[in-house]
Design a protein around this ligand. Sequence first.
Ligand SMILES: *Cc1c(COP(=O)(O)O)cnc(C)c1O
Length: 355
Amino acid sequence: MSNHPNLRADLALRDGYHSPQVDVSVRLNTNESPYAPPAGFTEALARSIGDLGLNRYPDRQAVLLRSAIASLDGVQPDQVVCANGSNEVLQAILLAFAGPSATVVVAEPTYALHSHIASLLGCAIVHLQRRADFTIEVDAMIKEVNASNAALAFVCSPNNPTGTLEPLESIQRLATETNAMIVVDEAYGQFAPRSVLDLDPAILERVIVVRTFSKTWALAGVRLGYAISAPSVISGISQGLLPYHLSSLTQAAGLAALETAAAMEIRIEAIVEGREEVAAGLGDLPVEQWPSAANFILFRPIERSADEIWQQLVDKGVLVRNCAGWPGLENCLRVTIGTPEENAKFLDELGAALT
Ligand SMILES: *Cc1c(COP(=O)(O)O)cnc(C)c1O
């Protein structure tokens, strides 16, 4: 497809962000939950819909939803702001704390949307490289943030697509040894043994934690994400959002989901168990893999082409993410943890493709 002649010249040059949506039975490519939301969710949502008063604009402050999230995560309601997916949260953060011509620092390979949204907004981006084990070189990042007088730095932990959990000390140091806002993307935080929220809350004056209902909460289709930070930071982020941005339906869906928190905990445990099983299975195959604290694992076939293995898996009805063309991830694939049956099918077909 050719670009429209009036399109911004700096957009015409690049591809959008997308993962191919191939129609197969085992979809392990976008880190979604393999399970539908628990039965109680649909019932709670159905019950609330009649009372939403959809002729009126939604609660602009999303008071009930923010309070429920705050009590789940052990903070105050004025420390929470919600938006349509954490991608919109990230955009609001960038609008409020960076903006055109500000500098933003990312550590590659990482979640492409951080730099993608930043460059859409006209930010200058510094791409640092992670170590071979995919942890961040914190000294180098601090140095770069200070040298470029960056407005904002992203730390994705656990990191997508590598699964790497960053030591809390790294985040502490970035927040105290630079003047930038540090955005910690914890889209996979509930699968990990620790969170930035375990640190002294004073750190939230400079750290913004971003979370989503798309992964753990099995609600990628709802589009709901949120940020946790200090109240002054949260009111700053709100200035990057449109009025009435979060529909009454979305707010109701979030509240209904939070009623199922106990069921969600059980599922998280099951997925973490599944992750250990898949890691063990990969350990028996000729692949290199990296330790993951998320609901996916990055791996690299040894002496075989990842493109070919990816296609062979698709032919057998298993879709994983092909990262082979991404800088720093040569010949790598990423598999999302699915149900026990999906995990077993993946390991069987991968084993067959590799032999
Ligand atoms: C999946 C993902 C998100 C989620 O985005 P939503 O807009 O909430 O669906 C955010 N950050 C990372 C690193 C992710 O992998």
